[in-house]
Design a protein around this ligand. Structure first.
Ligand code: 5GP
Ligand code: ZN
Length: 113
């Protein structure tokens, strides 16, 4: 499978890792949209939220635990942050390996569309 995030997890493509455990990998986005822009991803290949099931959803709670830990470590827990997971064409999803953007460190604009 030709998935760029699977290759990042395997170390075949370099990344700036900020966290890793047996379920989750987190790294800095290559094109940051905010002072803090981390991508948190499951190690298992799941294409998008559409493919989350009772069998694989334990990783979602782990991702939110990691988000809280990283927000604290990166100094944005109190100032605030946003977690975004784009799904499908209308959202602008470009990488079809489930990922959660952790964004903060500045006043974030909110644009619904
Ligand atoms: P999406 O648009 O699918 O929600 O977000 C994909 C994100 O992955 C984008 O913010 C993009 O900058 C990031 N990205 C794409 N390729 C790479 C890469 O090779 N390395 C890193 N660190 N981020 C990437
Ligand atoms: Zn993948």
């Amino acid at each position: 499978m030709d998935c760029i995030f699977c290759k990042i997890i395997k170390g075949e493509i370099p990344s700036k890792k900020v966290y890793e455990d047996e379920l989750v990998y987190a790294f800095n986005d290559i094109n940051p949209m905010a002072p803090v822009h981390v991508l948190i991803i499951p190690k298992q290949h799941i294409s998008s939220v559409n493919e989350v099931t009772p069998e694989n959803s334990a990783v979602i709670s782990r991702i939110y635990e990691v988000a809280a830990k990283l927000a604290s470590e990166l100094g944005i827990a109190e100032s605030g942050y946003r977690i975004v997971s784009n799904t499908g064409a209308d959202s602008g999803q470009t990488v079809f390996h489930l990922h959660f953007h952790l964004l903060g460190g500045t006043k974030l604009r909110f644009e619904m569309c």
